[in-house]
Design a protein around this ligand. Structure first.
Ligand code: FES
Length: 568
């Protein structure tokens, strides 16, 4: 085993390694027993993951029961709601730090514990680059909270409530009262936001024991699954079942089908592209449109729909959804168990056809993500038609441009803002380099003067991302971003912009010769001064654009698990 390079033998180094790790365990702990790390993103500052120490204890029991040695490995944790300036700035750092700690330590396999949005992506990016046997336990969603008898979708209803408060239909006092009801239990957001999406997609990829993802965080079945996953990790080491042996293009194809069928977050696009990049898999932005755009939407979950994650689990969960679209899945794609994903679908059943629609009665015939191109997005942009307003999917309107999110906040409620229901709101300076970190700001709140007219959606275009818990006719991930010299930097107030989702086009209707004369202002090209030190400097100098997953250029691919040199 890999850990033998630390523990086997009678020399001084082996003595040192064993002596420091004895901690009361017998010498047999170092004799042929797999050393399994539990990469744990539990943190009090990541409330969505704060229960993962309990999950880790169950994983640990399973590892020990199967003959392995469990080793708790706290890794960088990212809490979506607290971390500044945006958790996405730190996803690649978390992935790099985890990758290096897995490589640096005497471990033979790893169980990955994540939950909040960036944690499962960063863990999977890391494990893919190290390529040791690895399996995920998604931390699971919180239970449904209610306020005045109405279920609250965490993350989604705060947008609705705050817009109602801004529109004057909800008092400030009532708005604040709802605060204590919105997070009912431990666990991540209970809408089909990014955390829910990535937990389910980790299973669709084959990196989770089938049937586990989506189990609510407080549900005792999560601990049972965690225990069994610990056992499986030991088996995976014996079988040398590494990510490169079961994660293939077919796995990503299945994840894209699942993403559409569940109506998952647009953020999954950048995360799946980044994970694939670590594995050397040729996944492109266009694959999302080609494979997923015509997959029916079957799951009726907020933000676009009615139900929440607890309902999805009760209704049959991911496997029941995948059974409905089994003909679209690649039967060759394997899972952590060594068996194909499709082998787990026959016992699955829909227990509530309001939450999970049968294939014959989809919520939408086409639930996937559409990829747009044109002179405003030469490298692509994405839109989630299922979360958009049907009447805006083909639209031509005049731009109202904001150079940064601060510029937007300063002017959005100006009574003189030249905006009406036909306007196209453009926000730039929010891409990977521009913000930096590509924050979730693309779902701009509407100007007050539009809200007061009863308007709830207009076309919005941004080089940033959108929260998976948000909705609206939002074109996002525009690439190249303004700060990387993309044409978004050239748009001026009053320019006509044409969006045609059916034709997959996004164009700035300004003659090429006029565009050639325009120069982006420094502020338009980058909303804030270039970082001078630390991670932000490294990030801005090396981050790639959204269309390839916004990873750092030097982190693409794999380093493997071998670290041959040692010096004390
Ligand atoms: Fe953690 Fe939403 S804040 S998943």
């Amino acid at each position: 085993m890999r850990s033998d390079a630390w523990y086997a033998g009678d020399d001084r180094n082996a003595y040192i390694h064993r002596a420091w790790m004895r901690r009361g365990v017998p010498s047999s702990a170092f004799e042929g027993r797999p050393q399994i790390a539990i990469a744990n993103t539990a943190s009090d500052l990541t409330p969505c993951n704060s229960h993962l120490n309990e999950v880790a204890a169950s994983v640990s029991n399973g590892i020990y029961e199967a003959g392995g040695i469990p080793l708790n490995l706290p890794v960088v944790s990212l809490g979506e709601t607290l971390v500044r300036p945006t958790a996405m700035l730190w996803r690649n750092m978390a992935a790099m730090a985890t990758e290096e700690m897995l490589r640096a330590n005497p471990i033979d396999g790893v169980v990955l514990l994540g939950g909040c949005d960036k944690t499962i992506p960063s863990l999977l990016m890391a494990a893919s680059s190290v390529d040791l046997p690895a399996v995920v336990v998604p931390g699971g969603p919180m239970l449904t909270g209610t306020f005045r008898g109405v279920p609250l979708g965490c993350g989604t209803d705060v947008w609705r409530l705050s817009e109602e408060q801004r529109a004057g239909t909800l008092s400030q006092e009532d708005f604040l009262k709802s605060e204590s009801a919105t997070i009912r239990s431990r666990g991540h957001c209970n809408t089909m936001g990014t955390a829910s999406t990535m937990g389910l997609l980790a299973e669709a990829l084959g990196t989770v024991v089938p049937g586990t993802a989506g189990t609510p965080a407080p549900d005792s079945r999560l601990l049972e699954a965690a225990h069994n996953t610990g056992r499986l990790a030991v088996e995976m080491v014996a079988a040398d079942r590494r990510p490169s042996t079961f994660l293939t293009k077919a796995s990503f194809s299945n994840a894209i089908v699942a993403l559409a069928a569940i109506g998952g977050s647009t953020n999954a696009v950048v995360h799946l592209l980044a994970i694939a990049g670590r594995l050397g898999i040729d996944l492109t932005l266009d694959d999302f449109d080609r494979i997923g755009s015509r997959v029916p939407l079957l799951v009726d979950l907020a933000p676009a729909g009615r139900f929440l994650m607890e309902d999805l689990h009760r209704a049959g969960g991911l496997l029941a959804v995948l059974r409905e679209v089994q003909d679209l899945l690649d039967p060759a794609a394997l899972t952590v168990t060594g068996k194909p994903l499709v082998d787990y679908l026959s016992p699955a059943a829909i227990w509530d056809a309001e939450v999970i629609r049968p294939r014959a009665e989809p919520l939408l015939d086409e639930g996937g993500i559409a990829v747009l191109r044109g002179n405003l997005a030469p490298s692509g942009a994405v839109i989630k038609p299922a979360a958009a307003s049907a009447h805006l999917l083909q639209h031509r309107g005049q731009a109202v441009v904001f150079d940064s999110i601060e510029d937007f906040h300063a002017r959005v409620d100006d009574p003189d803002l030249p905006v009406d229901a036909t306007s196209v709101l453009v926000l730039r300076g929010c891409g990977p380099k521009g913000y930096p970190g590509m924050p979730e700001v693309a779902n701009l709140p509407l100007p007050k003067k539009l809200l007061e007219l009863g308007i709830r959606d207009v076309v919005r275009i941004c080089d940033g991302r959108m929260s998976g818990t948000a909705y609206g006719t939002v074109v996002l991930h525009v690439a190249p971003e303004a700060a990387a010299g993309g044409p978004l930097a050239l748009v001026q107030d009053g320019d006509w912009i044409s969006l045609d989702v059916a034709a997959r086009t996004l164009n700035l209707d300004v003659p090429e010769d006029e565009l050639a004369l325009r120069k982006p202002s420094a502020e338009a090209a980058r909303g804030y001064a270039a970082p001078q030190r630390g991670w932000e400097k490294l990030y801005v100098e090396h981050v790639l654009q959204a269309d390839t997953g916004a990873d750092l250029d030097f982190l693409i691919g794999s380093s493997g698990s071998q670290v041959s040199r040692e010096s004390h």
